[in-house]
Design a protein around this ligand. Structure first.
Ligand code: UDX
Ligand code: ADP
Length: 471
C-alpha cells in the first residue's frame, strides 16, 4: 500500500529545519510534526511562552503561534520522535571541515552521520529518511549504508534527498511559494514510492508542476549547482565593479543594463562588499573538492575562482577605506552599520562585515558596530574567532557595540554599510554628516567627497547622498 505520512520528525532545529518544518505543520494540519535538537537552550527558546524563537526570520513567529502545541512540537527527546515518525528529515549542520582530509573544503559530515546512526539504533519500524541539510554528492549513499548495516530485521529505510532552497530573511515567503521543490530518490519501486509520499506532503500547498522528482545524485548535485551559479553571478558583478571603480563607469548602471537582457535577468546582480552566509562558500568548496576527487582539476579551478573573487572583493574594499582615509586608519574611528551577512536575519555566518572589521582592527583602528538583530554576545564571539591570536580584552578596547545607527555614526571619520538593512536607507544623512569628524585642515569639499566615497562603495546608489555641505 502507498505510504501516507502521518508523523514527521525533524532532527535539527536550526535555520533550515525550524522554518521548513514549522511551515509543513502549518500547511498540513493532519500531520504531526516534531522538531528535535540536542541543544536544550535552542529547544527551550522555540518553546518559550512569549515566542522568543531562537532565529530572527520575518513571519516565523506567526507560523509558530498558529501551530505550536497543535501539530507542531519542539523537543530534546530525539529517540521518541524517531520512534514515532514515518518520515524523518535530517536537518543538522554540515560546516566545512576544519582539520583532517579535505580540511577547508570538504563538508564535516559528523553531525549527519551521528543523526543517521541514531535513527538506525532507535527505529523499530520502517522509515523514510530525508536528507535536508546541504551535503556533498553521495551523502545519501553513505546514509543508506549506515542505515542498512545497522537496521533491525523487518525495518526498511528509504532515503530521499530534498534540498532546501530557502534564503534567510525571506525563508517563510520562500517556503510558502517555492520556485520548486526538489526530491531525489533511487529509481526503484520502493524509492519512487517514498518519493511520492514526500511529494504528497508538499502537494498540500505547492502546485504539482513545481514538485520535481529526480535521481538521488542529481538532487544532491542540483543544490550545489544552484548555489554555485548564484554565487558566480555575484562574483561576476563584483569583478565588474572593480573595473567600474577604475574607469568611472557606474556598476549599478552596468548591472541594470545587463540585467535587462531577458536571458540574464535582473535578480542577484547587486555589487556588494562580498557575499556571505552559511551556504555559498561552503557549497562551492564542496564542489571544488568533489571536482578534485573526480580528477577534474580544470573544473575545480573554475569554481574556486568564484570564492577567490569574493575574498578579493572584501580585501579590495578594506583597502578603499584605508586609501580614502589618507593611507592610514591607525587610531581613526570607523562606524560599521550592519553585522549580519544580509538584511532581515540575525545570522552572521561568513558575514563580510567580520572580514572588514578584522582588517580594520589589524590596522589598529577603533570600530563602532551597530546591527538591528545581532546580539552583542554573537559579535564578540565572531570577532574572537576571526582574530584568534588577539585576546578578547584587547578586541574590546578597540571595538564598541551600540544600539542605533545614529549613535554609531557620531564622531567617526568613516561610515561603512556592511549589511543592506532597510533602516539604513532611511537614516538622516544630513545629521550624520554634521556629526562626523573632519580631519584637521580638511576642506568641506574634500571631506564630503571622502565621506561619499566610503559610503558609496559600501552600498549602491540606493542611498540618497545629496546632503548639503553645511558650515
Ligand atoms: C542562499 C541561496 O539563495 C538559497 O537558495 C540557498 O538555499 C541558501 O543559500 P542565503 O545565503 O540565505 O541563501 O541568502 P542570499 O540571499 O542568497 O544571499 C547570500 C549573500 O549574497 C548575502 O551576503 C547577500 O548580501 C549577497 N548578495 C546577494 C549580493 O552580494 N548580491 C546580490 O545581488 C545578492
Ligand atoms: P542549518 O543552517 O543547516 O539549519 P544550524 O546550525 O542552524 O544549521 O542547525 C543545525 C542544528 O542541528 C543545531 O541546532 C544542532 O544542535 C542540531 N544537531 C546537530 N546534530 C544533531 C543530532 N545528532 N541530533 C539532534 N540535533 C542535532
Amino acid at each position: 500500500a502507498p505510504v501516507q505520512v502521518k508523523k514527521i520528525c525533524c532532527i535539527g532545529a536550526g535555520y533550515v529545519g525550524g522554518p521548513t518544518c514549522a511551515v509543513i505543520a502549518l500547511k498540513c494540519p493532519h500531520i504531526q510534526v516534531t522538531i528535535v535538537d540536542l541543544n536544550k537552550a535552542r529547544v527551550d527558546a522555540w518553546n518559550s511562552p512569549d515566542f522568543a524563537v531562537p532565529i530572527y526570520e520575518p513571519g516565523l513567529v506567526d507560523v509558530v503561534k498558529q501551530c505550536r502545541g497543535r501539530n507542531l512540537f519542539f523537543s530534546t527527546d530525539v529517540d521518541k520522535a524517531i520512534l514515532e515518525a514515518d518520515l524523518i528529515f535530517v536537518s543538522v549542520n554540515t560546516p566545512t571541515k576544519k582539520s583532517g582530509v579535505g580540511a577547508g573544503f570538504a563538508a564535516d559530515l559528523n553531525y549527519v552521520e551521528s543523526a543517521t546512526r541514531r535513527i538506525a539504533a532507535v527505529a523499530t519500524s520502517s522509515k523514510i529518511v530525508v536528507e535536508k541539510s546541504t551535503v556533498p554528492c553521495r551523502t545519501a549513499e553513505s546514509m543508506r549504508t549506515i542505515l542498512e548495516a545497522n537496521s533491525r530485521p523487518g525495518t526498511r529505510f528509504d532515503i530521499l534527498s530534498n534540498p532546501e532552497f530557502l534564503a534567510e530573511g525571506t525563508a517563510i515567503a520562500d517556503l510558502f511559494k517555492p520556485d520548486r521543490v526538489l526530491i531525489g530518490s533511487l529509481q526503484t519501486t520502493e524509492g519512487k514510492e517514498a518519493c511520492r509520499a514526500l511529494a504528497d506532503v508538499y502537494a498540500n500547498w505547492v502546485p504539482q508542476e513545481r514538485i520535481l522528482t529526480v535521481g538521488l545524485w542529481s538532487s544532491e548535485l542540483s543544490k550545489l549547482a544552484a548555489n554555485a551559479m548564484l554565487a558566480q553571478r555575484i562574483s561576476s558583478i563584483n569583478a565588474l565593479s572593480a573595473i567600474c571603480e577604475a574607469t568611472g563607469a557606474n556598476i549599478d548602471e552596468v548591472s541594470h543594463a545587463v540585467g535587462f537582457d531577458s536571458r540574464i535577468g535582473p535578480k542577484f546582480l547587486r555589487a556588494s562588499v562580498g557575499f556571505g552566509g552559511s551556504c555559498f562558500q561552503k557549497d562551492i568548496l564542496n564542489l571544488v573538492y568533489l571536482s578534485e576527487s573526480l580528477h577534474l582539476p580544470q573544473v575545480a579551478a573554475y569554481w574556486r575562482q568564484v570564492v577567490e573573487m569574493n575574498e578579493y572583493q572584501k580585501s579590495r574594499f578594506s583597502k578603499t577605506v584605508v586609501d580614502t582615509l589618507f593611507n592610514t586608519i591607525t587610531g581613526k574611528h570607523i562606524a560599521v552599520l550592519g553585522f549580519a551577512f544580509k538584511a532581515d536575519t540575525g545570522d552572521t555566518r561568513e558575514s563580510a562585515a567580520i572580514s572588514l572589521i578584522r582588517d580594520f582592527l589589524s590596522e589598529r583602528a577603533f570600530v563602532t558596530i551597530y546591527d538591528p538583530q545581532v546580539s552583542e554576545e554573537q559579535i564578540w564571539q565572531d570577532l574572537s574567532e576571526a582574530c584568534p591570536t588577539t585576546p578578547l580584552e584587547t578586541i574590546k578596547k578597540q571595538v564598541t557595540i551600540v544600539h542605533s545607527a545614529l549613535e554609531a555614526c557620531t564622531q567617526k571619520e568613516a561610515i561603512i554599510i556592511a549589511t543592506e538593512w532597510k533602516e539604513f536607507l532611511e537614516i538622516d544623512w544630513q545629521t550624520v554628516y554634521a556629526n562626523m569628524n573632519r580631519f584637521q585642515g580638511e576642506g568641506h569639499w574634500a571631506w564630503r567627497a571622502r565621506v561619499k566615497t566610503v559610503l558609496r562603495h559600501s552600498l549602491s546608489s540606493d542611498i540618497d547622498l545629496n546632503f548639503n555641505i553645511g558650515h
